[in-house]
Design a protein around this ligand. Structure first.
Ligand code: UDX
Ligand code: UDX
Ligand code: ADP
Length: 470
């Protein structure tokens, strides 16, 4: 019989596996937690002073638990073999080629990890899907486990335990989650495994937040939650477009909507669109799933959320060009913030990538500053989108700057792409920035960073904010 969980292995030391299992280890000192990854570089970083991801509060958690009951290792097989519970937190990117290209999740990493589990795990190990996966992935995992396992009486239990943490607030989200879903098959073995994982979370999570349900509901809940959140952002961005043409102000409109408890107050911040590793990918998964199930109307409905997001980014770039007298060739433009949102160094699907690409294609010299994104990450992100300058005579066409002030010096416009608090800090000397810029000096605020537009106008800036009638 399955006893309480004593040894946990996490496969994949990324944005999901790393923080999730670090918090688990911190909260459960008597459980040995080993986070593994095939990337030696990533594991070395987790074992160093400079963690591979920036996340407020993560350093302290890792420092306290690391070496006590939290370990980072490239010995994937050895860690799987010792574990009685295995989290699968590998990446599930969108397929770039083949059937379902551009929509379906590429499950090759999930499959590879599952094959290692089948080959080396101990009898009765509980396997937990943590990565976001398309609905019914657990079924494929079970088939692989049963076919590959060398043992004839191996009894694998697969649970779905999707992660709802948001980057930037990952540690708070993990310490006090709105809910922990644990999906299992309705068999005695499934129920016991569900109970064992629930006991682990019960060490620190409110009992009413730990919710058990069927495996397929749990898998689909993650896609549904992200689709609904993304849909709210696209909805308010659609309203923002109407505001700009009618002299309504989207911030006034959204604050009115927020007061209706049925609508709720969150995720109504209009701007340049959503980014991040989840929204786009999960919507694509949902669209692909709907199509596979013969539900084209449902697929079409969710597709519009992505269409609106892409259009919102493009519209922002077009506005910049148009307001700057329809030409930005050779003009210097400061792009402030590159991460997909504040408090993270992550650039996956960041709206800044698309906007920088558009500005570069139109011939601008782009000066990028982000407090947490490295030059190497910016290079990788822009390269992957094929962003390059047609007119830049030397270098990449963009320059990564060490500060907001340096990015703005000599620029004709500054563009806010991430709402880092330092951009709206009282310390910012707007007069000095204005003086250092080429005139007329424009501000394009895609993230509602600027609160006192009048003060900036008084200094001399021309200020444009997404979703506000000009
Ligand atoms: C609505 C608005 O709620 C109200 O604020 C506005 O002033 C007028 O329009 P009403 O049409 O009276 O009010 O009813 P409401 O409770 O909003 O329901 C509208 C429809 O949506 C009903 O057919 C209801 O059955 C349906 N509905 C509502 C659902 O199908 N699911 C839900 O979760 C909620
Ligand atoms: C999201 C979900 O929130 C989380 O529960 C899930 O586990 C993973 O996906 P994350 O992508 O980290 O988390 O960030 P989130 O805060 O949801 O923001 C996503 C994007 O939407 C960001 O680019 C953000 O700037 C944008 N956004 C969010 C808006 O444009 N307006 C809003 O009102 C809220
Ligand atoms: P997420 O945001 O979902 O956490 P990441 O890309 O940040 O995604 O992390 C996923 C991690 O999983 C990567 O560091 C990758 O090297 C690791 N990984 C992928 N396949 C395997 C595997 N078979 N065994 C161990 N680690 C793996």
């Amino acid at each position: 019989p399955r006893g309480p969980v004593k040894n946990i292995c996490c496969i994949g030391a990324g944005y999901v596996g790393g923080p999730t299992c670090a918090v688990l280890a911190w909260k459960c000192p008597d459980i040995k937690v080993t986070i593994t990854d095939i990337s030696e570089e990533r594991i070395a970083a987790w074992n160093s002073e400079e963690l591979p991801i920036f996340e407020p509060g993560l350093d302290a958690v890792v420092k306290e638990a690391r070496g006590r009951n939290l370990f980072f290792s490239t010995d994937v097989d050895g860690s799987i073999a010792a574990a009685d519970l295995i989290f699968v937190s590998v990446n599930t990117p969108t397929k770039e080629a083949g059937i379902g290209a551009g929509l379906a999740a590429d499950l090759c990493y999930v499959e590879a990890a599952t094959r290692r589990i089948a080959t080396v795990s101990k009898k009765g190990a509980i396997i937990v899907e943590k990565s976001t996966v398309p609905c019914r992935t657990a079924e494929s995992m079970r088939k692989i486990l049963e076919a590959v396992s060398p043992s004839t009486d191996a009894s694998f239990e697969i649970l779905s335990n999707p992660e709802f943490l948001a980057e930037g607030t990952a540690i708070e989200d993990l310490l006090d989650p709105a809910r922990v879903l644990i999906g299992a098959m309705p068999t005695p073995g499934g129920q016991l495994a569900q109970q064992r994982l629930a006991e682990v979370y019960a060490r620190w999570v409110r009992p009413e937040a730990i919710i058990t349900m069927g495996l397929w509901s749990s898998e689909l809940s993650k896609l549904a939650a992200n689709a609904l959140l993304a849909q709210r952002v696209s909805s308010i961005n659609a309203i923002a477009a109407i505001c700009e043409k009618t002299e309504a102000n989207v911030h006034e409109v959204s604050s009115a909507c927020r007061l209706d408890l049925r609508i709720g107050s969150k995720f109504l911040e209009a701007g340049v669109g959503f980014g991040g590793s989840c929204f786009q990918k999960d919507l694509q998964n949902l669209i692909y799933l709907s199509l596979s199930l013969g539900l084209p109307e449902v697929a079409e409905y969710w597709k519009q959320v992505l269409v609106m997001n892409a259009w919102t980014k493009r519209r922002f770039s077009k506005d910049i060009v148009q307001k700057m007298f329809s030409t930005i060739t050779s003009k210097h433009i400061a792009v402030l913030g590159f991460a997909f949102k504040a408090d993270t160094g992550d650039t996956r699907e960041a709206p800044a990538i698309d906007v920088c690409r558009d500005l570069l294609e139109d011939g601008a010299v782009v000066h990028i500053y982000d407090p947490k994104v490295s030059e190497a990450s910016i290079d990788r992100a822009l390269m992957a989108k094929g962003a390059c300058s047609h007119t830049a005579t030397k270098g990449k066409g963009y320059i990564v700057e060490p500060s907001m002030q340096q990015a703005c010096a000599g620029a004709s416009a500054l563009v806010f792409m991430t709402n880092w608090t330092e951009f709206s800090s009282k310390q910012v000397d707007w007069k000095a920035i204005y003086q250092s810029m080429s005139k007329p000096a424009f501000i394009f605020d895609g993230r509602n960073v600027v609160k006192d537009v009048e003060a900036l106008k008084k200094i001399g800036f021309s200020v444009y904010k997404s979703g506000v009638g000009y």
